[in-house]
Structure formats: C-alpha cells, structure tokens
Write a new protein. Sequence first.
Length: 92
Amino acid sequence: MLTPTRFLPLLAVAALSACSSGGDIVQLDRDTYMVTAQSRLGNANGAAAGITKADAYCKERGKRMQMTGAETSDGVIGIWPSKSVVMFRCAA
C-alpha cells in the first residue's frame, strides 16, 4: 500500500518528468546524431533531458555517448519552455 511518505516522492518525480521532454533522435551524418529537448523548468533541465536520451540511445547500441555540441534557447520558467539541441556521436 502506498503511504503518504512513499507517495510524495513518486509524485515529485512524475511532476518533474512531465516538465521536460526529449524529442526523436535524428541522424545527421554516418555517426553523428541530434536530439531536441524542452523543459518548463529552465535550460539545464532541457539539456539534461537531451543528454539522458542521447546516452540511453548509445548504450542500447553497446557504445558510449560523446557530446559534440549543444545549443539552448531561453524560455520563461513555468510559462514557455526552453529548448535544447544536443549533437552527439556513439563511440565504441
């Protein structure tokens, strides 16, 4: 049974994950990819969501992620999301 002390952390994680999202991974070149992400909690959360998705993508292929670049655009916290673009490679 979920008690209040167990329920609150789950609710907090769900709320924070709903505030940031990662887009589809797009292949730019033979070994270069890009992922976009956005967050209503600021640039750092959007970039973190993109990096997390890129890292998982490479790990699924038995490789490690190497970030080659990133760009962010400002948003207004809680109103309009910031957007981040992460470029990366999957290295052996």
